[in-house]
Design a protein around this ligand. Sequence first.
Ligand code: NAG
Ligand code: NAG
Ligand code: NAG
Ligand code: NAG
Ligand code: NAG
Ligand code: NAG
Ligand code: NAG
Ligand code: NAG
Ligand code: NAG
Length: 311
Amino acid sequence: MGNISKLLLLFSLQYCCFIACGALPTIFTSISIDESALLAIKSQITHDPYNILATNWTKEFISTNYFYGFIPYEIGHLKRLRYLHMQLNALSGQIPKSLGHLTRMEELILYNNSLSGPIPQSIFNISSLRAIDLMYNFLNGTLPEDICSTNCLAWAAGRLDMMSSGNSSVLEVIEIGVNEFYGCLPDDMCFSHPNLEWLELTYTQLSGQITSSLSHSRALCRIHLSSNNFSGSIPPEIVNMSALQVLLLSNNSLTGELTLPSSSNLSALKTLDSHRNLLSGSLPPDLGFRFPNLEVLNLGSNQFSGKIPAE
Ligand SMILES: *[C@@H]1O[C@H](CO)[C@@H](O)[C@H](O)[C@H]1NC(C)=O
Ligand SMILES: *[C@@H]1O[C@H](CO)[C@@H](O)[C@H](O)[C@H]1NC(C)=O
Ligand SMILES: *[C@@H]1O[C@H](CO)[C@@H](O)[C@H](O)[C@H]1NC(C)=O
Ligand SMILES: *[C@@H]1O[C@H](CO)[C@@H](O)[C@H](O)[C@H]1NC(C)=O
Ligand SMILES: *[C@@H]1O[C@H](CO)[C@@H](O)[C@H](O)[C@H]1NC(C)=O
Ligand SMILES: *[C@@H]1O[C@H](CO)[C@@H](O)[C@H](O)[C@H]1NC(C)=O
Ligand SMILES: *[C@@H]1O[C@H](CO)[C@@H](O)[C@H](O)[C@H]1NC(C)=O
Ligand SMILES: *[C@@H]1O[C@H](CO)[C@@H](O)[C@H](O)[C@H]1NC(C)=O
Ligand SMILES: *[C@@H]1O[C@H](CO)[C@@H](O)[C@H](O)[C@H]1NC(C)=O
């Protein structure tokens, strides 16, 4: 990540009204805890060419930096933190588990760093979390890939079960693509995230079937699963989702026919891209009717046969 021309660090600390937080001694205690946590963070940032941490550290927004270093465990002491935006830096090391203590956090944005290791499960316990964006890092999962074919839940217990075990009804965006996960999607992945709108999981090394439980997130409007190694067929329940606008499944190992559910309203879907898969059979003859608002349809590089539907 050495040559990033424009780096941005947006680290915003939004404090609740101090008066609402209780009596004075509590305030001072909180402030001193925050202060020591902030100093710990500062001490872990090893490269700060603009000396931002020495000057504008207390500002609500700090931006345009070249930060190298680690995210320290002590960040978990900043209990009132609501937005942690540290994207587009060169932070490395692991995401500390202590982030799970930030029970007011609404946005965790760490994309384009060099973070590695697993996503700590604890962050999916934060019920106020609305957006998680960890794309473009080196985050990984540690269970052997074949565990997936026998027992998805085992993998879930190790890594991605954040998506099933968390009980966040507000989570809207999960963007964790372009990392090095492997294993499969937890079977019950989206049961507890009814408001999830955006699931971005491209360019990881996930495999196994695309779980139909995604359809439990009735608000999902974008599902990006391209460039993994998903196999099996495309669950009709997913194509059936009434809010779904963009479904990207290209460059996987999906097989079977493209079956459309018989009784359904597919009017929201604008983009369906499943090129570079192993789909076969004939295309549904009523394809055009069923997707009245389709703007992009890419089914190339598959093994379809038969006629291209006239409609
Ligand atoms: C600190 O931030 C303010 C407002 O964003 C800016 O005007 C000022 O130049 C910054 N100070 C330093 C030393 O970067
Ligand atoms: C994030 O990193 C990727 C890969 O290095 C790069 O292609 C992309 O442009 C970066 N994103 C931004 C917003 O800089
Ligand atoms: C995951 O990342 C960590 C930290 O970089 C590394 O030590 C570990 O070997 C990686 N695990 C796998 C299975 O790639
Ligand atoms: C999530 O929260 C529950 C209940 O508060 C707790 O029992 C569990 O250990 C937490 N899980 C993680 C991974 O922090
Ligand atoms: C999630 O939280 C809601 C309300 O807080 C509760 O009714 C529900 O039982 C919880 N679900 C799980 C799986 O913990
Ligand atoms: C297809 O997916 C694999 C695995 O993620 C990736 O390495 C490769 O670059 C992708 N190919 C294209 C053309 O995107
Ligand atoms: C993708 O999965 C298939 C079986 O589902 C397997 O045969 C193949 O080796 C996998 N490819 C990669 C690159 O892991
Ligand atoms: C598709 O959605 C309709 C209406 O929402 C529902 O009645 C039907 O059972 C669904 N079909 C599948 C295969 O999910
Ligand atoms: C399909 O959905 C659109 C938009 O959500 C709605 O206007 C229309 O009435 C629905 N049609 C059916 C047959 O459910």
